[in-house]
Design a protein around this ligand. Structure first.
Ligand code: PLZ
Length: 440
């Protein structure tokens, strides 16, 4: 891939620089403070794994706008596909008069999602909208109402998906009432529970049986690797045991792959790491390289349980976003980006894999592909250390490195770079993060 910006960190002002500070002044007078920001550094353009701010500073992007620009910022194929499509056909609404891009994306999703059976898709605008539609489809198919989610899950910010999202602050507080029939159940969190996958699944199943009733449940939702919840990788065997339980009890298993899917973890979908074949899969973020697009894909008989007209929306799967998605999927295949994500994993492991031994505030480093979490703790304990995370984030963003926060206790440093990030940038960014960890 050709980059329009040299792939290096370069600071020409303090961060935030004067132009960012000026924009920040305007922003507080015009933008709701509800839209909080991680760092008040305003971006002008970007390429590959480098962000360029309005003062000309070059920053290393370790977050991809929360896992979106997996194939790299301003991927030339995506930019070209978007420009061509927007000039040719911008909008018709698929459910009024359809077009081929929508069908092609559905065909591609059927190929890349796990499972060897007939699959159908619907396309929508955002992750939350995909999750909402998966709920509607599962309820329609099963005729049941209860929806089960995992502790520490993030499924979105609409009213229904807020109810499916774990932590109250800052996502939910004061914003109810929320819909009923949503139940949060224990997950597999090896760092905190020390359970095998089978033990954790037995606990979860018991919880469902005793609190909800298996025959009441329409759908069980799981992020195969929890993202916002703290990059939690479940113990092997947990997800497949839950899938077996769902199959035995007529429950639709929905893998929310919105953050972990589309090459992020070195596979098309994170489910593959665990041998998991979900009934339905939600996809978003990385799918269209930065344009809004999301999907629900799954077993044809479940997806087709909905009456024509039962699901839809004005902008879902619009011609431009679908053109971008086709370019992204093509680039992943042609440029071997699943292997690139595996390369990033090797480089990250080599560089940061021993942090728990080297820094007392690091409890665990975990992840797959280009999706890593560093859980920060009070030294010598497993108690969360949100102050350490704030210190690391402050130092990183001042130094031109943009990682993400995560975790229900705001104590997990999340590292999710583009899979085209170079080894030199991984090394440089890790060095900056180490400077902060060394002072704690
Ligand atoms: N499911 C697994 O990770 C979005 C949210 C950012 P939308 N996660 C980042 C924020 O501050 O709101 C997410 C996710 C998983 C669903 C969603 C929701 O996706 O596209 O943000 O609606």
């Amino acid at each position: 891939m050709a980059f329009s910006v040299p792939q290096e960190r370069k600071l020409v002002t303090e961060l935030p620089g004067p132009n960012s500070l000026a924009l920040q002044e305007r922003r507080v007078r015009s933008v709701s403070r509800g839209a909080g920001t991680l760092a008040n550094i305003y971006m002008d353009h970007a390429s590959g794994a480098i962000l360029v701010d309005v003062d000309g500073n070059q920053l290393i992007d370790l977050g991809c706008g929360i896992g979106v620009t997996t194939v790299g910022h301003a991927h030339p194929d995506v930019a070209a596909a978007v420009a061509e499509q927007v000039a040719r056909l911008t909008h018709t609404l698929f459910t009024v008069t359809p077009y081929e891009n929508y069908v092609r994306v559905a065909e591609r999703l059927a190929q890349i999602t796990p499972g060897d059976f007939e699959k159908h898709s619907i396309l929508v605008n955002s992750g939350a909208e995909a999750v909402e539609n998966a709920v509607k489809i599962a309820r329609r198919y099963t005729g049941r109402r209860a929806i089960v989610t995992l502790d520490h899950a993030f499924h979105g910010r609409t009213n229904l998906t807020m109810a499916m999202t774990y932590r109250p602050w800052p996502e939910r507080e004061g914003m109810g009432p929320f819909p009923g029939e949503i139940y949060s159940v224990p997950l597999s969190y090896p760092f905190r529970d020390g359970l095998t996958g089978e033990e954790a699944a037995a606990r979860t199943i018991d919880y469902i049986r005793t609190h909800i009733g298996a025959r009441e449940v329409a759908a069980f939702f799981a992020e195969p690797i929890l993202g916002d919840g703290g990059v939690i990788v479940p113990a092997d065997g947990f997800l497949t045991a839950m899938k077996d339980f769902c199959a035995e009890n007529g429950i639709v298993f929905v893998a929310d792959e919105i953050q972990a899917g589309i090459a992020r973890t070195g596979r098309w979908y994170a489910s593959e790491h665990f041998g998991l074949v979900p009934d339905l899969v939600t996809t978003a973020k990385g799918l269209a390289g930065g344009l809004p697009l999301a999907a629900v894909t799954g077993r044809a008989e479940i997806m087709d349980a909905v009456q024509p007209g039962g699901i839809g929306g004005t902008f879902g799967g619009n011609p431009v976003s679908t053109a971008a998605a086709l370019a992204v999927l093509e680039a992943i295949e042609r440029d071997g980006l699943l292997a690139e994500a595996q390369r990033v994993e090797r480089e990250l492991r080599a560089r940061i894999g021993d942090w728990a031994d080297r820094f007392p505030v690091v409890g665990e480093v975990r992840g797959k592909g280009a999706m890593f979490g560093v859980e920060l703790v009070q030294p010598g304990t497993t108690r969360p250390n949100p102050h350490a995370l704030q210190a690391v984030l402050a130092h990183a963003t001042r130094s031109g490195v943009v990682p993400l926060d995560a975790g229900s206790w705001d104590s997990v440093l999340r590292i999710m770079p583009s899979v085209v990030i170079s080894e030199d940038l991984v090394d440089d960014a890790a060095g900056v993060l180490e400077e902060a960890l060394a002072t704690l």
